[in-house]
Design a binder for this molecule. Structure first.
Ligand code: HEC
Ligand code: HEC
Length: 320
């Protein structure tokens, strides 16, 4: 009995020591290499940045609260990116930072390089690893410069955002698993055209189609299905409930969602600008892409290896 108690005491002691260890060390700091990015003030750079932020990279869908009222005729992408949008996960509550140039609560406090490092490496202004919400690691220097230039040119909005709140599991993940990518494969400069090559760049460096249209493990978020073959399930968080299942975007003749679509139909579908209510796909942002960019994406998707993966329905209503 005494021996048993000793073992229990030892185990409890180890567990407590582990918790204390995690509490003391979860906040790891990472030294990301400088990006060399400096904002520009010429109108071409700002216009390019505006296009990326509002269209393919859909920054505002996470950084602009939906609660700000829309003035008549105002597109939702015109909302200020003042942050504070809450993302609840089983391990933490994250809040999107204020990315307007406000000097007290926004990116006005940070250098161009600090802003650029968040996007390229996933390391924030105080050298913490960011949770993997943003998949822009491969965006080239030109476009990253344009994005930072545009953010600098937006209207500053004072809005203090709470720091992220990690629970014990979140701290354990932060201590042992959450790592930034400090050596991403940055794509070379590329001129926009309607080729599959350019479509590949938009899809991988900005639009992030892969992360929703590939089956993922629910707990870890790891990709477990063939890229772009769909089948990823996502809860409908609006009142109507139910589950969305992403369609297969590969050109498989029997199960590919867009196999029979022409390029014109694909462009028209995106220009419609919305999906079913509650769909996670940022349709309103993508609708702002140029026809040429959409044609390039279509061409790129047609070059993928066809994968047979039948997605019966893209929405499964809640059972009553
Ligand atoms: C899918 C949602 C989402 C999208 C899209 C998104 N962000 Fe973020 N962003 C976040 C979240 C969430 C955080 C904070 C994560 C954390 O605390 O670990 C963040 C953090 C940041 C930071 C770090 C700021 C700091 O404190 O150092 C910057 C800068 C940023 N985002 C800019 C952008 C830009 C620019 C774009 C578009 C090119 C963008 N974001 C698109 C969700 C998003
Ligand atoms: C945040 C998750 C998310 C991202 C990012 C995303 N999708 Fe989707 N997509 C969905 C979901 C969920 C559906 C099913 C519901 C719907 O139609 O909106 C869908 C549906 C589709 C459809 C079928 C539409 C129809 O009318 O049948 C196409 C085509 C599509 N996505 C292409 C893309 C492309 C191309 C990209 C990148 C430019 C992309 N998606 C990015 C989640 C996403």
């Amino acid at each position: 009995m005494k021996r048993f108690l000793k073992i229990v005491a030892l185990l409890v002691g180890c567990l407590l020591a582990f918790i204390v260890y995690v509490q003391l060390t979860y906040n790891r700091k990472f030294t990301a290499p400088p990006t060399g990015i400096t904002a520009r003030t010429d109108s071409a750079s700002i216009a390019r940045g505006r296009y990326i932020v509002k269209g393919p990279a859909h920054c505002w869908t996470c950084h602009a609260p939906k609660t700000t009222a829309l003035k008549a005729g105002m597109h939702p992408s015109e909302r200020d990116m003042m942050g504070g949008v809450e993302f609840k996960t089983p391990v933490a509550t994250f809040y999107t930072p204020n990315i307007t140039p406000d000097k007290e609560t926004g990116i006005g406090r940070f250098t161009d390089d600090q802003v650029a490092r968040a996007i390229r490496y996933g390391v924030n202004h105080s050298n913490d690893a960011l949770a993997p919400f943003m998949m822009f690691q491969s965006m080239n220097d030109e476009d990253l410069t344009a994005v930072v230039s545009y953010l600098r040119a937006t209207k500053p909005v004072h809005n203090e955002v709470p720091a992220r709140d990690l629970n014990l599991l979140g701290k354990i993940i932060s201590r042992f698993m959450l790592e930034p990518n400090l050596a991403p494969e940055v794509m070379p400069a590329i001129a926009p055209d309607t080729t599959a090559h350019y479509g590949n760049y938009i899809v991988e460096a900005m639009a992030n189609c892969r992360s929703c249209h590939t089956k993922r493990d629910k707990a870890s978020g790891k990709f477990i299905g063939e890229p772009f073959a769909g089948g990823n399930e996502m809860e409908n968080e609006t009142e109507s409930g139910g589950t969305f299942v992403t369609p297969n975007l590969t050109p498989d003749s029997t199960t590919g969602r867009i196999y029979t679509w022409t390029s014109e139909q694909f462009v028209a579908r995106f220009k419609l600008g919305h999906g079913p209510e509650g769909s996670h796909m940022p349709w309103e942002a993508y609708a702002q892409m140029t026809d040429n960019d959409l044609k390039a994406i279509y061409k790129f998707l047609k070059t993928l290896t066809p994968v047979q993966n039948k997605v019966e329905r893209t929405f499964i209503p809640k059972e009553n």
